[in-house]
Design a protein around this ligand. Structure first.
Ligand code: GAP
Length: 509
């Protein structure tokens, strides 16, 4: 990560704490690594993102229903899903600094440095050739870019082959060959690479003799798979149909970093879409489009998004892609869309001995459906919004302000009601307006401090609208409505306020 993006991330983390968005878990005990708590504003933003996702997936699709499965599941679920045997990270330690790293992340970071070099060449050429610049041709012909792209492809190929064949010694050799050094010690003095299972386990049962090892779910998806027939039958769903679920997942991420990007306890919003075998690619394309549309409907710019198609597919997938977002530390995975075939259902059929076939009433056939999954981390989406929203602005009068331009419908508080003064009956009028608005929107009432300071505080919290009560309000029942992003103020009658706010606080999709 470059210095200024590191600084930016530090500022965002400090801002998130100062304004009640995110606190380090158990802070008074020096915190718990990669575990975070959401404060009074954080919990509202998180709820709003989750609700908007749920609305888009469940409410707007008549063939998708919801589910809330338990976090704890029968241990055989995780044997069947492959998590007991294969949900591993390849870890490596630096002998000098004693720091532990994920071998894949070390290699990923190395590749990212090469990609940055390529991007630099492209930006330079773009400036030189202007409108005549053809990026595709440039990538195919510029000698240094071609060489670097070849290098990336060779590294990826060798790394994937070594991991797939379990040749961890070669993963270490690759790290040494590329001369990847520990960022702390600066040396290449590495231990062997070994696999580490990411699931948290605990014991169920009161007597040690009959205790059973169970796992905290590492993904919510399996709760959907094991319930799919219960839902299909009780909701009388016909293929294609989906089941959506949001909830906590747990992964013992040893190398957790980058704030809430990679956590040990996090929340997923997942949807499994069950389709007829052979139709999965059609639905895979549908969900790719639909999910990108959802992201763009938030008003985040398309330049901050890109696709990353998986070259190396997981054992259960026949196609997979990530929606990546431009975080301060570069483009990183935000959401995954996977065509999971019939792998999971077949695995549960095999391990449970139960028939999980779908009976098609039209063709009178029984078969195991294929599944297309959309899976997004709620915390990661939160972080994408926070990083995009955080802005330090230089104003025309020479002053600066920090503003969180959170998409207005997702903002924790939608409106702050601010009487200009506490006296002359303005407080009473302010309370009256606040009491009528709070039934419709999350509102805050504030009368302390000068009005300019209150505006700044609300900008920093991300409240999209301030309603100011002044002396004119008492005369003609109008208030000023101030827009957080433009800082423009308009005079509007109290009577029109709710309708106006409804209009500006909804997504148009
Ligand atoms: N059911 C498929 C699945 O779990 P995944 O790619 O491992 O796929 C899906 O995870 C999404 O969950 C990711 O795109 C990311 O947004 C989020 N996620 C995964 N691990 C995470 C972690 N340790 N902390 C925060 N979010 C995480």
């Amino acid at each position: 990560m470059q210095n200024n993006s590191e600084d930016l991330l530090k500022k965002i983390i400090a801002h998130a704490k100062e304004y009640g968005y995110i606190f380090q878990s158990s802070e008074i005990y020096d915190g718990l690594s990669a575990v975070y708590d959401y404060g009074q504003n954080g919990v509202e933003l998180k709820n709003n993102i989750r609700n908007y996702w749920w609305q888009s997936m469940v409410q707007y699709h008549e063939n998708i229903v919801g589910l809330d499965a338990a976090i704890l599941m029968h241990p055989t679920v995780w044997k069947a899903s492959g998590h007991v045997d294969a949900f591993n990270d390849p870890l490596i330690d630096n002998k000098d600094s004693k720091k532990r790293y994920r071998a894949d992340v070390l290699i990923e970071d190395y590749i990212q440095k090469i990609e940055k070099k390529i991007d630099k060449e492209i930006t330079k050429a773009q400036k030189r050739f202007g409108d005549a610049f053809d990026e595709k041709q440039f990538r195919q012909t510029h000698p240094r870019v071609v060489e670097n792209l070849k290098k990336i492809s060779e590294i990826n190929k060798r790394f994937n082959q070594s991991l797939e064949s379990g040749d961890l010694a070669d993963v270490k050799k690759l790290i040494e060959t590329l001369n990847i050094v520990c960022p702390v010690s600066g040396t290449c003095n590495w231990t062997d690479v070994r696999q580490f299972n990411l699931m948290f386990s605990t014991q169920m049962g009161s007597l040690s003799s009959d205790a059973q090892t169970i796992y905290m779910r590492p993904e919510t998806a399996q709760g959907i798979f094991v319930n799919y027939l219960n839902v299909q039958k009780t909701a009388r769903m016909k293929l294609p149909f989906g089941i959506a679920q949001t909830g906590k997942a747990f992964r013992n991420e040893i190398v957790a970093r980058q704030f809430i990007f990679r956590m040990k306890e996090f929340e997923q919003m997942e949807m499994q879409f069950f389709v007829k075998p052979g139709q999965e690619m059609e639905w895979y394309d549908y969900w790719k489009n639909e999910r990108m549309r959802w992201h763009l409907s938030l008003g985040l710019p398309s330049e901050k998004y890109r696709w990353h198609n998986h070259e190396k597919l997981a054992h259960y997938a026949n196609a997979a892609t990530d929606i990546e977002f431009l975080f301060p530390f570069g483009f990183k995975e935000l959401e995954g869309i996977h065509s999971r075939t019939d792998f999971d259902l077949n695995a549960h059929i095999k391990h449970s001995g139960k028939k999980l076939h779908y009976f098609d009433p039209e063709t009178k056939e029984s078969f195991v459906p294929y599944v297309v999954e959309t899976s997004i981390g709620l915390d990661r989406m939160f972080m994408a919004i926070l990083c995009h929203a955080y802005k330090e602005e230089q104003l025309k009068d020479g002053s600066t302000r920090t503003v969180l331009s959170i998409p207005a419908p997702l903002a924790p508080y939608k409106v702050a009601v601010l009487p200009l003064l506490k006296k002359d009956g303005l407080s009473e009028k302010g309370r009256e307006v606040f009491n009528s608005l709070k039934k419709h929107f999350m509102c805050q009432y504030e009368e302390k401090d000068a009005i300019g300071r209150r505006y700044r505080r609300n900008d920093a919290v991300g409240t999209p609208y301030c309603v100011t009560i002044d002396h004119q309000t008492l005369e003609d029942e109008t208030v000023t409505l101030r827009d957080r992003d433009t800082m423009a103020q308009e005079r509007i009658s109290i009577q029109e306020l709710i309708a106006k706010l409804r209009e500006v606080l909804s997504f148009s999709s």
